[in-house]
Design a protein around this ligand. Structure first.
Ligand code: FES
Length: 105
């Protein structure tokens, strides 16, 4: 699928992310800003926080309890908040829009 990362500076970047990889992987592989992914995708750092519209959210599995708990304590979290390392690209989506936040959020 093509993931379109809307970056904190207002620009956007599209990346081909293969099925089975996460939205975090696609960003880190291309050195895009905003997704730090300190824990390397083990759902413990929350530095891979992104926002997803409800349409985009429907393309992914719902958050696990672990993810939901981390997001709950995240500063600046909104109902659209997800951890991008837990967003595994499936076969259904052609195009996924993701809003990337400033890494210090
Ligand atoms: Fe650490 Fe996602 S990379 S929680």
């Amino acid at each position: 699928a093509t993931v379109i990362y809307h970056l904190p500076d207002g620009s956007s970047q599209s990346v081909e992310v293969p099925v089975g990889q996460s939205v975090m992987d696609g960003s880190v592989r291309n050195n895009l800003p905003g997704i730090v992914a300190e824990c390397g995708g083990s759902c413990s750092c929350a530095t891979c926080h992104v926002l997803l519209s409800s349409t985009a959210n429907a393309l992914f599995d719902p958050p696990t309890d672990e993810e939901a708990e981390l997001v709950e304590f995240l500063e600046g979290a909104t109902p659209e908040s997800r951890l991008s390392c837990q967003l595994i690209v499936g076969g259904d989506a052609d195009e996924i829009h993701v809003e990337v936040l400033d890494s210090d959020v």
